[in-house]
Design a protein around this ligand. Structure first.
Ligand SMILES: [Cu+2]
Length: 377
């Protein structure tokens, strides 16, 4: 018995050895300390309460064990027969009440501190949840982009019972475009939703913020060290709930400034491209990308859809006109098929429709132009 207990005891103490405290440690049973003041506060509160609970446990179980041993029958103990003790009733009501009040004070202080909003944050990010991706907009920097589940995770999620391949690290926790924030700066996020309730949750930042249609929830944080911090939507929001992870990439302010410049240049390049040449090859390449990030969650990479839920696009008989219409304006019958006119550019829509009409067993040869899409808006 003792022999078996030793490895168990070692396993239990292992998480407390410094070597094991490393990030992403699967044997670390404690909650993350995180990288923001909020998460530090939450962690310290958690440890304080942990010790309070431990002491209460030791006192209660100690008293029980002592009584059992002390008043055992072999010692000739005779049970007392008294009923009702006002003194005891008062003690076991008042003492826990005092403990609860004592706990409530630091807990409330953490909650209040967490919700304090600074007058002037360094960076503002508008976060919008939608089925099933996040949209990030930096109003002051004039940057905005969608953050979709990474294609490697998307493809691996379609393997059925097979293990995801090693080419899909951070399976279901990786995105194509992470939210980027500067380390050491005050970042305010303003969270809302485009459809149903989502919740923006990154454990290492120390909070969850609900994304509610028609309402904006603010949250402020300062990330203390560079890194990739991963989270997920934390409000059940439909079939793709597990497929809208969150990745926050925290980088030094100088690198952040570079990133802002790069994003701006890329946006300008896309704008310039919009006037550039348009042919089957360009449309298919761009369409494949848009399809992989935006459409394959439902219609699947192989165009087969999911029987009874999302229609197959492989072998579809849609006219060009109807095809453009449903992608731009969405489906009245089934809101899962959103109006992508609001989310994608004319070029992206023309590309993805061209891609759908010329992939799998579809060989229509139709090349849709951005002009046709614009006309259908
Ligand atoms: Cu969600």
């Amino acid at each position: 018995m003792a022999k078996r207990l030793i490895p168990l005891a070692l396993a239990l103490t292992a998480p407390f050895t410094p070597a094991m405290a490393a990030e992403q440690d699967p044997f670390s049973f404690n909650m993350t300390q995180g990288v923001t003041a909020t998460s530090f506060d939450a962690f310290n509160l958690h440890m304080l309460l942990f010790w309070v609970c431990l002491i209460i446990g030791v006192v209660v179980f100690g008293a029980m064990a002592w009584s059992l041993v002390r008043h055992r029958r072999s010692r000739g103990a005779v049970a007392a027969t008294f009923h009702e003790s006002t003194a005891i009733e008062i003690i076991w009501t008042v003492v826990p009440a005092l403990i609860l009040i004592a706990i409530a004070i630091p807990a409330t202080m953490v909650l209040v501190a967490e919700n304090a909003q600074p007058a002037k944050p360094d960076v503002i990010v508008d976060v919008q949840g939608s089925q099933w991706k996040w949209h990030y907009k930096y109003p002051d920097q004039d940057i905005s982009f969608f953050s979709n589940l990474a294609t490697s995770s998307r493809d691996a999620s379609q393997l059925g019972a097979k293990e995801p391949p090693s080419s899909a690290p951070y399976y279901l926790l990786n995105v194509d475009n992470p939210m980027v924030v500067p380390v050491g700066k005050t970042v305010q996020i303003r969270v809302t939703s485009n459809d149903v309730i989502h919740s923006w949750w990154v454990p290492q930042l120390g909070f969850k913020t609900d994304a509610i249609p028609g309402k904006i929830n603010n949250m402020t944080f300062v990330v203390s060290k560079p890194g990739m911090y991963r989270g997920q939507c934390a409000e059940l929001c439909g079939a793709g709930h597990a497929f809208m992870p969150i990745v926050v990439k925290a980088i030094m302010p100088a690198a952040f400034a570079d990133w802002v410049q790069k994003e701006k240049a890329a946006a300008a390049a896309t704008k310039a491209d919009a006037a550039g040449p348009w042919d089957m090859k360009i449309a298919m390449a761009q369409g494949g990308k848009v399809y992989g990030s935006t459409c394959s969650a439902c219609h699947q990479a192989n165009g087969q859809g999911i029987k009874g839920t999302f229609p197959a696009l492989d072998g579809m008989k849609l006219s060009v006109k109807d095809h453009i219409h449903i992608v731009v304006h969405g489906s009245k019958k089934n809101p899962a098929m959103q109006a992508y006119g609001k989310q994608l550019s004319d070029r992206d829509i023309a590309a993805v429709i061209t891609y759908e009409r010329n992939s799998w067993n579809n060989h229509t040869g139709d090349l849709i132009t951005p002009k046709e899409v614009e006309a259908a808006r």
